[in-house]
Design a protein around this ligand. Structure first.
Ligand code: NAD
Length: 309
């Protein structure tokens, strides 16, 4: 049995689905003694883990979920610990509880430790946001084996490790609470390139296409356990990642800094502005909240009108 089962206070694996009418209030309460936070999203005393939270979209998601009433474990690579610490202070100032835990999503052990530590620090898990990801601009014919493997290891392997560890944790926490329809939520970062690839971002596009497929498969297998699984698909969001893409595309196309993101935004985005991380956080807030109880297996685009489904 994996060690996190032994360490969990909620050490009652429950792999069966309880009929709605037979749910009891046996579910143990969170370790948290903080008075319940509650807002319109109805996320009182729930705990979310957000990976890739030190900056960009992940940071905006962590802040938004805290505003929604979640307690948040913010995770990222160890090198970004100072940014994680400052995020945790910012969340704590809102009255939510927060915890920083560095983990590399390419390591199953580190991801398992992240989930275990979150549960022992903030209480039972409710939502995993597998947001961490990398991008690389390189023509397909120039990709090395290492480029390709690294992309898949972080972007799709990372989502799988986070989903698997989170689902195991959710199932170890016992029956779902009385009156709840959903035991927990798994949410992953896909992209519009999961619907139509960008040239020169071929392996990145393939990895995000895989996130969409894997989320659907997880949704099918976890629906009987009352866990929903969805993904968000941002367009062109002004973050460090797009700075890197802008620079990479600019080198190949002979353009200066900022020219490619402006060109793509001007030519592709119907709503006429580059996205900001908060645009994506709003969608994740919906997917993590009770209004999405009946939504699973979906990848939602939030791109200001680039891709139409
Ligand atoms: P970002 O580069 O600003 O943030 C990504 C974060 O992931 C960083 O903090 C980074 O340290 C972390 N990370 C990278 N590898 C990791 C690893 N192995 N383990 C743990 N953490 C790791 O990028 P962002 O724009 O905020 O992107 C967030 C997510 O949204 C990514 O999955 C990205 O692919 C996706 N996305 C971004 C855009 C965009 O336009 N920026 C569009 C579509 C999808």
């Amino acid at each position: 049995m994996p060690s996190f089962y032994r360490l969990s206070r909620f050490n009652r694996p429950s792999f069966r689905v309880l009929p709605l009418q037979s749910r009891t209030s046996l579910h143990l309460r969170a370790i948290s003694t903080t008075p319940g936070l509650q807002n319109k999203a109805g996320s009182r005393d729930r705990v979310a883990i957000v990976t890739g939270a030190a900056r960009g979209i992940g940071r905006a998601i962590a802040l938004r979920l805290a505003r929604d009433g979640y307690h948040v474990t913010a995770s990222d690579l160890p090198a970004l610990q100072p940014q994680l610490d400052s995020l945790v202070s910012e969340i704590a100032a809102t009255g939510a509880r927060a915890h920083a835990h560095a983990a590399d999503v390419t390591s199953p052990d580190e991801v398992a430790a992240l989930v275990r530590t979150s549960a022992s620090t903030l209480g039972p898990l409710h939502t995993m946001v597998a947001n961490a990801g990398i991008a690389q601009v390189r023509p397909l014919l120039e990709l090395t084996e290492a480029d390709f493997s690294r992309m898949l290891d972080v972007n799709i392997g990372g989502v799988h490790r986070c989903f698997q560890a989170a689902a195991r944790q959710l199932l170890s926490q016992g029956p779902i609470q009385e009156g709840e329809e959903i035991r927990g939520r798994l949410i992953a970062a896909a992209s519009i390139v999961a619907f139509k690839p960008f040239a020169l971002l071929g392996h990145y596009s393939a990895s995000k296409w895989a996130v969409r497929g894997l989320s659907q498969a997880y949704a099918m297998e976890l629906a009987p356990h009352r866990i929903t699984v969805n993904a968000y698909a941002p367009g062109i969001v002004d973050t460090n990642m797009w700075e890197l893409i802008d620079e990479g595309l600019g080198k190949i196309k002979g353009k200066g800094k900022g020219e490619m993101i402006k060109k793509y935004s001007d030519e592709l985005i119907a709503l006429g502005r580059t996205s900001v991380p908060e645009d994506v956080a709003k969608l994740v807030s919906f997917l993590a909240g009770p209004d999405a109880d009946y939504v699973t297996g979906q990848t939602y685009i939030v791109d200001g009108g680039i891709i139409y489904t």
